[in-house]
Design a protein around this ligand. Structure first.
Ligand code: PPE
Length: 309
C-alpha cells in the first residue's frame, strides 16, 4: 500500500522531520528482524481525534519487548502520550500509528548486545487495508500452502518484525494467485489467522474464532469484536476451526487494526454464505465503527483523545 510521508516522527523521545528519522544499513533489526511493533488507529470522533485502545496496544508492545529481552524503558502511558504528540504534530484527523522498537547500530552478529535500542512512532493516513469495496462487499481469500509460525519456533504473543516474513510469503503468494488475502493454517492443520488479521466464522447464528492456543496474535480488534458480540447478544465461542469450517460457514470475516472488520466472500473458490457481507458481520462491523468513531458512550473508555477539545 502506498505510504505518504507526513511531517514528523517521534524518534527516541524527540519529534524529528519525517526525512530525518533514519537508521544505518548495518542496523541489527534490518539484518535479523529484531524489532517489535504495533499498529494502532486514530479515528475522528465528535469530540476530536481519538486513538483506539492505545494503552492496550502499548502494553502489547511492552509484552513483545519482554519476550525478546529488549530494554524498552518507557511505560505504556509514556508511549501513548508520545503517540498522541506524534498525531497532533502531524495535524491528522484520522491515521494509522506505527510504534516500533528495534535493535539498531553498534554491533553485528546474532546477539544484539552492544547495539543501540531505538524507539520510534510514525503515523500516516491509511485507508481501508483490504479496500473500501472489500469492507462493503467482502474479499476473496485462499488457504496458504505456508503454515503459521508455531509458537515453539517463534512466540505468537510477541508482535515481532521477523514473524512477518511468514506473513509476507503467504500474502505475496495469495496475491500472485489472484486472491486478496491468505489464511494460514497452523502446524496441526487448524485455521490460525490471516497474514495480518484474526479470523471469525458465523454458523447458524453462532460466532467462532480460533483460540489463542491455535498460535494466533491476541488481536485487540479480535477482543473488541468478542466484547461487542457479547453486548449484542450474539452467541460466541472460541473453537478450533478446520478448512471446511471456512467453506461451509454462513459468514467469515477478518479483524485487525489495519483490516478493521472485513468480510470474506469467497474461500478458495467456495462462495461463503450469500457471497457478500453477511448480517452478523454487518452488525459487528457497524458496532465496531460506531465505537471507534466515538458514537457509543459505553465504549468511550477505549478512546484516548489526541487533544481535549
Ligand atoms: N494477526 C496478525 C498476524 C496481525 O499482524 C494482526 C495485526 C492481527 C492479527 C490483528 O491484531 P490487532 O491489530 O491487534 O487487531 N496486523 C497489523 C499489521 C498489518 C500490516 O500490514 O502492517 C495491523 O493490523 O496493524
Amino acid at each position: 500500500m502506498a505510504l505518504n510521508a507526513t511531517e514528523k516522527i517521534w524518534f527516541n523521545g524527540k519529534l524529528v522531520p519525517w526525512g530525518e528519522a533514519k537508521v544505518h544499513v548495518v542496523s541489527h533489526a534490518l539484518h535479523y528482524g529484531s524489532s517489535v511493533f504495533e499498529g494502532v488507529r486514530c479515528y475522528k470522533t465528535p469530540k476530536g481525534s481519538a486513538i483506539f485502545r492505545g494503552l492496550d496496544h502499548m502494553k502489547r508492545l511492552l509484552a513483545s519487548a519482554k519476550v525478546y529481552r529488549m530494554p524498552l524503558n518507557y511505560s505504556a502511558e509514556a508511549l501513548l502520550k508520545a503517540a498522541k504528540e506524534t498525531v497532533a504534530a502531524n495535524k491528522l484527523d484520522e491515521c494509522y500509528v506505527r510504534p516500533i522498537a528495534f535493535y539498531g547500530y553498534g554491533s553485528m552478529g546474532v546477539n544484539p548486545a552492544g547495539a543501540s535500542f531505538d524507539v520510534a512512532i510514525a503515523c500516516w493516513p491509511w485507508g481501508a487495508y483490504l479496500g473500501d469495496e472489500g469492507l462493503r462487499k467482502g474479499i476473496r481469500v485462499t488457504i496458504s500452502s505456508w503454515r503459521r509460525i508455531d509458537s515453539q519456533i517463534l512466540p505468537g504473543a510477541a508482535k515481532a518484525g521477523g514473524n512477518y516474513l511468514n506473513s509476507l510469503l503467504a500474502k505475496m503468494d495469495a496475491v500472485a494467485h489472484g486472491f486478496d488475502e491468505a489464511v494460514l493454517l497452523n502446524l496441526q492443520g487448524k485455521v490460525a489467522e490471516g497474514s495480518g488479521e484474526n479470523i471469525f466464522v458465523v454458523k447458524d447464528g453462532r460466532l467462532c474464532t480460533p483460540p489463542l492456543s491455535a498460535g494466533v496474535l491476541d488481536g485487540i480488534t479480535r477482543n473488541s469484536v468478542i466484547v461487542l458480540a457479547q453486548e449484542l447478544g450474539i452467541p460466541f465461542a472460541e473453537r478450533e476451526l478446520s478448512r471446511e469450517d471456512l467453506f461451509l460457514a454462513d459468514e467469515v470475516f477478518f479483524t485487525g487494526t489495519a483490516a478493521e472488520v472485513t468480510p470474506v466472500r469467497e474461500v478458495d473458490g467456495r462462495v461463503v454464505g450469500g457471497g457478500s457481507r453477511g448480517p452478523v458481520t454487518e452488525k459487528l462491523q457497524t458496532a465496531f465503527f460506531d465505537v471507534v468513531k466515538g458514537k457509543n458512550a459505553k465504549f468511550f473508555k477505549w478512546l484516548d483523545y489526541v487533544k481535549r477539545a
